[in-house]
Design a protein around this ligand. Structure first.
Ligand SMILES: C[S@@+](CC[C@H](N)C(=O)[O-])C[C@H]1O[C@@H](n2cnc3c(N)ncnc32)[C@H](O)[C@@H]1O
Length: 298
């Protein structure tokens, strides 16, 4: 497979150390993406084990199946939202798994494909759907949602302090012309902000793009639903790893594990989230904002 089609798995060693996969086990990769984590898990659970790889993006599953070809027969790929975790396991006749990993958000493969419309840097259609069979696109959201709704989305899912200005400018601009591309949106955001973008550490449109992506894909709702299913989905002593890339996701993982602990269902293995360090931070920029939390079913 061409290197450009491979996604560099984040915190791989740490995930493997926590899950400690062994031959014969059933492990769920709820966000299989480019199958970086799954490949290493399969090395450890075969012979005899089974990896269940979930992704709501059909294209991701196609690439994953190519990468995992050497393990044919030891994995099943499921094209669904991971919020249906309980149903997915039930349909497969699996009562409980020996480990589950979530590596949230989008992959670098999705980010780099301009056609998918996730990227601020590569101009493309305003799309941002992980599941391309879904109706709602970023273009619908940006052109049809009311100013108050846009403003709330950018504030709550982007944690962007200039949410009001940005929403107002979007609504003004779309009166003249439909906003259709990521470059158009990024330009509108830049023009709505008070300072030169040179003052920002990240691209000034990053938070707004994140907010729109989260809303289009109902990311936070899906994470909460899937995590709620963990006590039922995990064997005793089985572990779950959640890698998140922004504070909203991390908060959901942290609070859910905490609640399970209070209910006597879970042991929390990470007092503070584990973060990438050293060489990984240098070689994989995506790892810089990654936070890993792990829990163990009691
Ligand atoms: C960061 S990537 C995973 C990369 C993977 N761990 C690897 O090593 O290549 C996240 C993947 O999860 C998928 N995804 C995100 N949210 C999802 C959801 N709610 N249900 C199913 N798949 C989801 C995305 O489509 C994407 O392919």
């Amino acid at each position: 497979m061409e290197k450009s089609y491979l996604h560099n798995p984040v915190l791989l060693k740490e995930v493997i150390d926590f899950l400690n996969p062994a031959p014969g086990q059933i492990i769920v990769d709820a966000t299989i993406g480019g199958a970086g984590h799954s490949e290493q898990i399969l090395r450890r659970i075969t012979p005899g084990g089974m990896l269940i790889g979930i992704d709501r993006d059909e294209e991701a599953l196609r690439l994953a199946s190519e990468r995992l070809r050497p393990f044919e027969g030891s994995f099943k790929l499921i094209n669904k939202n991971f919020k249906y975790l309980k149903e997915i396991l039930k349909d497969m006749g699996v009562s409980k798994a020996n480990g589950i990993v979530f590596d949230l958000g989008i992959s670098s493969i999705q980010m780099e494909a301009w056609q998918r419309g996730f990227s601020i840097k590569n101009d493309g259609p305003l799309d941002m759907r992980m599941d391309r069979s879904q109706n709602l696109t970023a273009k619908d959201l940006v052109n049809r949602f009311r100013e108050t709704e846009l403003s709330e989305i950018i504030r709550d899912s982007g944690e962007e302090r200039f949410y009001r200005r940005i929403a107002k400018r979007i609504v003004e601009e779309r009166r003249h012309k439909e906003i259709s591309t990521t470059a158009e949106l990024s330009d509108i955001i830049l023009r709505s902000l008070p300072y030169s973008h040179n003052k920002y550490k990240i691209h000034p449109a990053t938070r707004t793009f994140q907010a729109i992506r989260i809303k289009v894909n109902d990311e936070l709702g899906s994470i909460q639903e899937a995590l709620n299913a963990l006590p039922e989905a995990l064997e005793k002593s089985a572990r779950c790893c959640v890698i998140s890339f922004h504070s909203l996701e991390d908060r959901i993982a942290k609070n859910t594990f905490k609640e399970f602990k209070a209910m006597g269902l879970f042991n929390v293995l990470t007092k503070k989230p584990v973060m990438a360090e050293g060489e990984e931070v240098v070689s994989n920029p995506r790892s810089r904002s990654a936070k890993l939390r792990a829990g163990e079913r009691l």
